[in-house]
Structures are given as C-alpha cells and as structure tokens.
Design a protein around this ligand. Structure first.
Ligand SMILES: Nc1ncnc2c1ncn2[C@@H]1O[C@H](COP(=O)(O)OP(=O)(O)O)[C@@H](O)[C@H]1O
Ligand SMILES: [Mg+2]
Length: 303
C-alpha cells in the first residue's frame, strides 16, 4: 500500500507499507487444528468412558441377576428337600411295619425286596440331607451350640453304630479309646456328623481289613483320627477332595453310591468350630483322615 505524506499541498514523502495477515492466519489455523484435535480426543474419551460405564452397568445387572438366581436356587433347595424328607420317613416307617408282619407274614423273597426298597430310600434320604445341609451352609443358616464334648463317648457310639455294616463287608471296626478324657469345645451334633461321615467313608471305601477310630492330644490340640485299609487315593485326587460334588472316578469307586458332598460339608463344620481337617492316603494301602481341634484344658478342680 502507498500513502503520500503531504505538507502545504506538496508531497513531501511517500510511505510504502506492506501489511500481511499470513502469519496470523497461520497461527489461527494451527490453534484451530489443535483445538479440533483436543475436542476429538475429548469426544473419543467420553465415548470410551460411556462404553465402559455401560459395561459396568451390565456387569452390575448381571451380578444382581446371578444373586437372584442363587437365592432362587437356595430357596428351591430348602423347600424341595424339606418336602422330600417327610414322605421318605413315611416310606421307611411303612417298610418297617411290613417287615414286622403288620399285614401278615412276609416270606424271604418279600423281605429281600423290602430291604432293597429300604436301602434305596435311605440313599435318597442321604442325598436330600446332604443337599439340605449345603443349602443351609450357603445361606449361613447353620447354628453352632458350643459345649464341652468328650470325644470318647461320641466315638464309641458311632463305632457301635457302624459295627453291623462293617461286619457285613467282612471288615473289623475298632475304637481305640485313650485312657484320659479328650475335651474340646464344639457343637456335639456337628461332631457326630463329622465322625459319622468319616467312618461311613472308611467303611464304604474299604473292601478288606480294618477301620480304626482313635484320638490323641498334644499340648494344644486334640487330634481325631479315622484310619482304614481301603482303596486309598492318589495325590491329585486328594487335592480336590474337599470340593463340592467331587468324587473320585475309577474302577475301585465304580458302583459305590454317594454325592461327593460329605467331605465339603464336614470341612465347613470343622472350620466353623475352629478346627482343621487333613488327609493322608496311599492307593491300595489305605487312608487316614485327621481332624484337629484346639484342646480344652480341664478347669481347676472345685473343692
Ligand atoms: N476313606 C476313603 N478312602 C478312599 N476314598 C475316599 C475315602 N473317603 C472319601 N473318599 C473319596 O472322596 C470322595 C468324596 O467323599 P465324600 O465327600 O464323602 O462324598 P461321597 O462319599 O458321597 O462320594 C469319595 O467319592 C471318594 O472317592
Ligand atoms: Mg461320604
């Protein structure tokens, strides 16, 4: 651009100026590009955050649904098992009545059939009881009444209960009673269930030899032991032994009925009573289950 400098109508000078907005335009352009980049990045970030948010919402909904289904399953289990137990008690009672000759004499063949029905009803009853206990444990509905338990009396009773069953299989079952009382603080009913399960397994999974129940005390613990000379189990099986529904599947266990719930159930009981359970076993030689409880020191003698 050319601008004359005029003084007294005489052009004194000419100012030539060259003004350009090129740099400003460049700066504005770069700033715009950067702003656009930031806006784009923000939009992408927001979209990602939203996607993530929806995923979390979906997870939360899924979790809620799973909890509902779990609750439904537990409710169903408790109702179904309760309802199933009542008719089974009636069936067993009726079989006993028939065996007692209430409807007339039952011949040998009839007795055999009744025995089969009774056995199968008992099997069903055990399954239902196991399921009921699992459902109660899962819902935290098991209560423990702690009292001083002398393991000698409990162990003897259970061994007596299983003697006939063991003898039928040609097994000997013994309780090696220690000379002094072994006191623990526990729920007596649950201790009976623990011992019953272990002795039942020892008899069930042994084809020959003996089952020995005993206990000993160390300075701080009472150790309850159930030992058998049965089929035993390999190390990898032992690791999963206390999982729910786990049963060892091989030629030795084929045909032996069970639910695979007993050991899981008693482990929960034992741990709730501040105890631990461990197993030692060798295939073809036998198995020993040990249950450790804190030892209850006898209180001072009252004068
Ligand atoms: N004394 C034992 N000797 C050999 N195997 C055993 C013994 N006790 C338990 N087991 C194995 O552990 C599995 C789980 O036992 P458990 O939970 O009591 O279920 P169940 O007896 O109903 O099958 C059994 O199926 C069996 O394979
Ligand atoms: Mg069992």
């Amino acid at each position: 651009m050319v601008s004359p400098v005029i003084e007294n109508e005489i052009v004194k000078a000419v100012v030539v100026s060259d003004v350009s907005s090129q740099r400003t335009d460049g700066l504005i352009g770069t700033t715009l590009m950067r702003s656009l980049g930031i806006v784009m990045a923000t939009v992408v970030l927001i979209v990602l955050l939203l996607l993530n948010h929806f995923r979390f919402v979906q997870y939360a909904m899924l979790f809620r649904r799973m909890k509902e289904v779990d609750q439904l399953k537990n409710d169903f289990l408790s109702v179904a098992t309760h309802e199933l137990r009542a008719p089974m008690t009636v069936i067993k009672g009726s079989i006993e009545n028939l065996e007692d000759g209430i409807t007339g004499t039952v011949d040998e063949k009839g007795r055999h059939v009744l025995k089969v029905i009774y056995g199968e009803t008992e099997r069903l009853n055990n399954l239902v009881t196991d399921l009921l206990n699992v459902s109660r444990l899962e819902q935290g509905r098991i209560t423990y009444t702690f009292e001083t338990v002398d393991l000698r009396e409990t162990s003897q009773n259970i061994v007596d209960e299983f003697t006939a069953k063991a003898q039928q299989k040609g097994l000997t079952i013994t309780y090696q009673q220690p000379p002094t009382p072994e006191l623990i603080s526990a729920d007596k009913g649950r201790i009976i269930e623990v011992l019953t399960n272990l002795v039942d397994n020892a008899v069930k999974y042994s084809q020959k030899g003996s089952v020995i129940v005993t206990h000993k005390s160390t300075a701080n613990q009472v150790v309850l032991s159930v030992r058998d000379t049965g089929i035993g189990m390999a190390a990898p099986d032992r690791e999963r032994l206390f999982s729910r529904f786990y049963r060892i599947q091989n030629d030795d266990t084929k045909g032996i009925p069970g639910t695979g719930l007993g050991l899981w159930i008693i482990k929960q009981y034992i741990e709730a009573m501040r105890g631990t359970i461990s197993v030692d076993s060798m295939v073809g030689v036998g198995t020993e289950f040990e249950v450790q409880f804190p030892r209850l020191k006898p209180g001072p003698e009252k004068p």
